[in-house]
Design a protein around this ligand. Structure first.
Ligand code: LAC
Length: 174
């Protein structure tokens, strides 16, 4: 029986392109290019780090001037949830009987700020960061954090993600 619904954060509950408007203002004509590349590079670096058996929070390693990076990084802590995310989580919460949580490649600090700023923390039993495994999804140890945190077995958990590699990782883990 499913007892928990675990959501990916970036691209699933939160719109990573909601940083686009601010990027366009700071870097006119390049907002779309930079935000698309930013997301692709994030994913590429997490896979590379995990394949090389490394782990570090690389968010601050971007070479750019502070007047650009500061407001952009700030927006990443305050991404817009997709329009239906709050209502969907609220309805699931109201229905009862299910644990609701995020399992994300974001760092604990990023995710704590993100769920608080967006108000989604009110609907969640936990916000789980891969920080605790020191690996990035789709490494199996990341998905194992759900049982460690919520005490739910694999077959009691349904995992929700917009990222294909993440769905494959969760399925592989069971
Ligand atoms: C996350 C990325 C994979 O939130 O979207 O973990």
């Amino acid at each position: 029986m499913i007892k928990g619904l675990i959501f990916d954060a970036y691209g699933t509950l939160y719109d990573v392109q909601s940083v686009q408007a601010r990027t366009e203002k700071l870097c006119p004509g390049k907002g779309d290019l930079i935000t698309q590349l930013w997301r692709l590079k994030q994913l590429e670096y997490t896979w590379l780090q995990t394949a090389l058996l490394g782990y570090r929070d690389f968010a601050a390693g971007v070479e750019a001037t502070e007047n650009i990076t500061k407001p952009l990084f700030a927006k990443y802590l305050d991404l817009d949830p997709y329009p239906e995310a709050k209502e969907a989580l609220g309805a699931l919460r109201h229905r009862g009987g299910l644990k609701l949580a995020i399992l994300s490649n974001g760092s604990t600090a990023m995710l704590t700020a993100l769920v608080k700023n967006s108000g989604l923390d009110a609907f969640l039993d936990a916000t789980i960061s891969v920080d605790d495994a020191r690996k990035f999804k789709p490494h199996p140890e990341c998905y194992a954090l759900v049982e460690k945190t919520l005490g739910l077995k694999n077959d009691e958990v349904m995992f929700v993600s917009s990222n294909g590699f993440d769905v494959a990782g969760a399925k592989h883990f069971g």
